[in-house]
Design a protein around this ligand. Structure first.
Ligand code: AP5
Length: 215
């Protein structure tokens, strides 16, 4: 299965991607996680991306597209993949169509996880992230087993630099102006599945898997 998860920052894309990845046994390609890994490893790409991310701005298309082009050619994508946080602009979506057509494996479904901005702010303000493995938690909705430590790798959980309220507001603005137009883009390709992102994590997951079975 080749799937894109669309949605505002904090809508729950990463949470759902992780569950779908385990269920369908295909990799998730999260451009945000890839950039955070580069930042942690202090690479040139990481240094470039950090400036944009800290401001709540998008990393320039050409940097993101190159990164994804290399990633989709890897062997583990042969049976499918889940895109989380990519594409985020129309030029990225067009570039993805071209690169996947060349590989003979076009996108099949685009799941748009719809959550209102007020809920987004609540979800992001309660989020803590493991910068080592990318797992996310929430102080109310997804509590870790050992206080402050990642369930998977025991690393101390932190708040992401771009999860400050002012930056979240900027990210939402950027989402509405640059990423939301992708909803129409994929609707026109007849690939869009709209999912109400309200409700518990498991409830949203059940809505997504049910819709994927029907489509
Ligand atoms: P990225 O890391 O992709 O961030 P994002 O899209 O803003 O999404 P988030 O990771 O913030 O949220 P999410 O939807 O995954 O929600 P989550 O599951 O964590 O990008 C960061 C930055 O990198 C961008 O701003 C940009 O600068 C750059 N970048 C990345 N990709 C790019 C691209 N393609 N082009 C250009 N720049 C790019 O959930 C949020 C919280 O809510 C968690 O605490 C979770 O536990 C909780 N939660 C989840 N589901 C529920 C639920 N149903 N009920 C209650 N709580 C829930």
């Amino acid at each position: 299965m080749r799937l894109i998860l669309l949605g505002a920052p904090g809508a729950g894309k990463g949470t759902q991607a992780e569950m779908l990845m385990n269920a369908y046994n295909i990799p998730t390609i999260s451009t945000g996680n890839i950039f955070r890994e580069h930042i942690a490893n202090k690479t040139d790409l990481g240094q470039k991306a950090k400036g944009y991310m800290d401001q709540g701005q998008l990393v320039p298309d050409e940097l993101v597209i190159e990164l994804v082009k290399d990633r989709v050619k890897k062997d583990d994508c042969k049976n499918g993949m889940i895109f989380d946080g990519f594409p985020r602009t129309i030029p990225q979506a067009k570039a993805l169509d071209i690169m996947l057509d060349e590989l003979g494996m076009p996108i099949e479904h685009v799941v748009n996880v719809d959550v209102q901005d007020e809920i987004i702010v609540e979800r992001i303000s309660g989020r803590r992230t493991c910068l080592a493995c990318g797992e996310t938690y929430h102080k109310i909705y997804k509590v870790e087993l050992k206080d402050g430590l990642c369930n998977k790798c025991n690393t101390e959980l932190t708040h992401r630099d771009d999860d400050k309220l002012e930056t979240v507001k900027k990210r939402l603005e950027v989402y509405h102006s640059q990423t939301k137009p992708l909803i129409n883009y994929y609707q026109e390709q007849d690939k869009l599945i709209n999912i109400d992102g309200l409700g518990k994590v498991d409830e949203v997951y059940a809505k997504i898997t049910k819709a994927l079975e029907v489509n």
